[in-house]
Unconditional design. Structure first.
Ligand code: OSB
Ligand code: MG
Length: 365
């Protein structure tokens, strides 16, 4: 396989409704896709972060610079997905940008072999149970209406976004109204260790887990908090590598790990994190970043690995977009189907992609 061309396409796709978290409100999926053209096949990937560095330090404009000036110039025409990490190792950080490059190359490579992402990663399921992440609302009434709708659609697990001032009350109301559903919360780093007594109030609601209550660099804080709350702590932002996962597990900072391929530099490292967690008996689930179909396809393949024993944030396309840039992913019986076609198993629909594309740039030719 020989790389002939790498293009970056900025896209902006409206969300069906604003998505509010403790770090901000999103109304549009505003990001870029990478298209890698080789002599045998074409590969696609999606940059997972946003225009502003609110979830993590990376953001769209920075990722474009780092790809154009530092990552793409380091890959050789005969690069394979496995070589991307070693070739770009000298560049500190920028894991979401690196993940985009590695994934697009992996997609092209797998398509050249006629192998699916699931086949490559070691998927053991044809479909995976799907959860849904529910944003912060203006009222409890609006929250209950949203949750009711998602449950009616068949989602088997509800994740509520929380922040100080929107935590115990909404959780209590949802638990009271919907009874014995699988329920978890995600704080996106909105609390401090000094809030331990407050967070302990969530214990009475039998949550599956509490995701990333403290700062991303606060592994010790999570370990101390874990001693003071009964709800299992799950890390998202804190885990950027298999090494991080091993450290967090060894320090008892988490009992569950959210694996987002983008956050950890790509699917190869995501699989290593899965393996470390499985070796330690730590359940994992696949996180999401409101991806288009281009990012959702490979996430579903990852979510079908044997250690992914909890429902992921891999919801149906319509939960995010009225119109996706690929064929929409549907929820069937509470499950999402793992793509079986070569590579990521989905293609952007040319005409739709054209309509959502705001700018195109060639990074290599
Ligand atoms: O923390 O899991 C998160 C979305 C964007 C950024 C961070 C997160 C999220 C979600 C939504 O919770 C997950 C999804 O449905 O894609
Ligand atoms: Mg999270």
């Amino acid at each position: 396989m020989k790389i002939e061309r790498i293009e970056l396409l900025h896209v902006a796709i409206p969300l069906v409704s604003p998505f509010r978290t403790s770090f901000g409100t999103m109304t549009t999926k505003d990001t870029f896709l990478l298209r890698v053209v080789t002599d045998v096949a074409e590969g696609w990937a999606e940059f997972a972060a946003d225009p502003e560095p609110l979830y993590c330090s990376e953001f769209v404009a920075a990722a474009e610079i780092v790809l154009a000036d530092h990552l793409v110039p380091r890959v050789t025409p005969d690069v394979t997905a496995a070589k991307v990490a070693p070739l770009t190792e000298a560049i500190k950080g920028h894991k979401l940008a690196k993940a985009t490059l590695e994934t697009a190359i992996l997609d092209a490579e797998l398509r050249a072999y006629g192998m699916s992402m699931g086949g490559f990663l070691g998927s053991v399921a044809d479909r995976v149970p799907s959860g849904v992440s529910v944003g912060i609302k203006d009222s409890i009434k609006a929250l209950l209406a949203d949750v009711e709708g998602y449950l009616a659609e068949g989602y088997g697990r509800i994740k509520l976004k929380i922040e100080p001032g929107w935590d115990v009350e909404p959780v209590r109301e949802v638990r009271q109204r919907f009874g014995d559903i699988v329920l978890q919360v995600d704080a996106n780093t909105a609390y401090a260790l000094a809030d331990a007594e407050h967070l302990r109030r969530l214990d009475e609601f039998d949550l599956l887990l509490m995701e990333q209550p403290l700062d991303e660099d606060d592994i010790r804080g999570h370990a101390l908090l874990a001693q003071r709350v009964r709800t299992p702590i799950c890390l998202d932002e804190s885990i950027t590598s298999a090494k991080d996962a091993a450290t967090a597990i060894a320090l008892d900072a988490c009992r569950v790990v959210n694996i987002k391929p983008a956050r950890v530099g790509g699917y190869l490292e995501a699989r290593r994190i899965h393996d470390v967690c499985v070796a330690h008996g730590i359940p994992v689930w696949c996180g999401g970043m409101l991806e288009t179909g281009v990012g959702r396809g490979p996430n579903l393949a990852l979510a079908a690995l044997p250690g992914f024993v909890l429902p992921g944030d891999v919801s149906a396309s319509r939960r995010y977009f009225a119109e996706d840039i690929t064929e929409p992913f549907e929820l069937v019986d509470g499950h999402m189907t793992v793509p079986t076609g070569p590579g990521i198993g989905v293609d952007p629909i040319p005409e739709t992609l054209r309509r959502f594309t705001t700018a195109t740039r060639t990074l290599y030719s």
